[in-house]
Design a protein around this ligand. Structure first.
Ligand code: COA
Length: 272
């Protein structure tokens, strides 16, 4: 696979890497080819030094209308190998590559977000939506269940009442509602979405990257652990961070707060 992508666009801008679904005429529905390209792009960007923060969004008016009903479902119906390849790539990038991405990930939900597209929203560390974005678990409306891992995503992230209600009714809801039920962190007016997302990306880039990576890994992995497992894991994780942190952030933080009294960690960003 070359990086001459046709279904996605990758743009780098001063540390922020934008990965955009690029089938606006099909509301950015996810074809097998789009999945292969996303899988390849995220593999490369994970080890790309220019990428400090990743933002995933859609070109045009849609975030993504979910799986492409024609190319992902119908056209692979009688081709088990093609179906298997597409399913594996879809699951790989939407869950494994995003959740293990070593830098912060933000889903910027700019418009339609249906069905299978919930997975990448849930996988990102942070999600910000336009007030007017339209979300929907439309699967029930065309005879399937929220498959792939969508049912698992909503069971994990939403409260039980909301997960059941939206999965069973298939009713669409807007970005404000998505924020209220905590599918996204918050929503903003459409004309502020880009700048607000960039603001958060820049805030994250101010942080010590090793501390940030270990923080997101810590919070993500303790989910599902017992108290004792978490205590043990976090202790080991903190020691590991001190080994890999080239900026020696902890020593610097202690010195600046306790000795030179030049910095208060409770206020604002870590000075780098
Ligand atoms: N799969 C395949 N094609 C899709 C698609 C999808 N999920 N979503 C949209 N498209 C295509 C349409 O077929 C249409 O193609 P055409 O111009 O060749 O006819 C084009 O994108 C524009 O879609 P259209 O329905 O005309 O746009 P709209 O703005 O009126 O409605 C949606 C947008 C997203 C509400 C509507 O297309 C829809 O319901 N899509 C299916 C959503 C879904 O159930 N996804 C879950 C899959 S897991």
């Amino acid at each position: 696979m070359t990086t001459d992508y046709k279904n996605i666009a990758v743009e780098k801008d001063n540390g922020i890497t934008w990965v955009m679904f690029n089938r606006p005429e099909k509301r950015n529905a996810m074809s097998p080819q789009l999945h292969y390209e996303m899988d390849d792009a995220l593999m490369r960007l994970a080890i790309d030094d220019e990428t400090k923060v990743l933002i995933i969004t859609g070109k045009g008016d849609a975030f993504s209308a979910g799986q492409d009903l024609k190319l992902y479902f119908r056209e692979t119906e009688n081709d088990p190998v093609a179906k298997q390849r597409a399913q594996q790539a879809a699951n790989s990038w939407r869950w494994h590559r995003i959740t293990s991405f070593p830098k912060p990930t933000i889903a910027m939900v700019n418009g339609y977000c249906f069905g299978g597209a919930f997975t990448q929203v849930c996988a990102c560390d942070i999600a910000i939506a336009s007030d007017t974005a339209t979300f929907g678990l439309s699967e029930v409306n065309w005879g399937v269940i929220p498959g792939g891992i969508v049912s698992w995503n909503i069971a994990e992230l939403l409260n039980h009442r909301d997960a059941m209600f939206y999965a069973m009714t298939g009713l669409p809801f807007d970005g404000r509602k998505a924020a209220e039920i905590k599918l996204v962190n918050y929503s903003v007016p459409a004309d502020q979405l880009h700048d607000e997302t960039v603001k958060i990306a820049k805030l994250l880039m101010e942080k010590n990257p090793a501390t940030l990576r270990y923080t997101k890994e810590a919070v993500r992995h303790v989910r599902g652990m017992s108290h004792d497992q978490a205590y043990n894991f976090l202790g080991a994780k903190l020691l590991a961070l001190q080994q890999v942190d080239k900026e020696k952030g902890m020593q610097k933080g202690l010195n600046e707060f306790l000795d030179s009294k030049t910095y208060k960690p409770g206020f604002g960003e870590f000075k780098r």
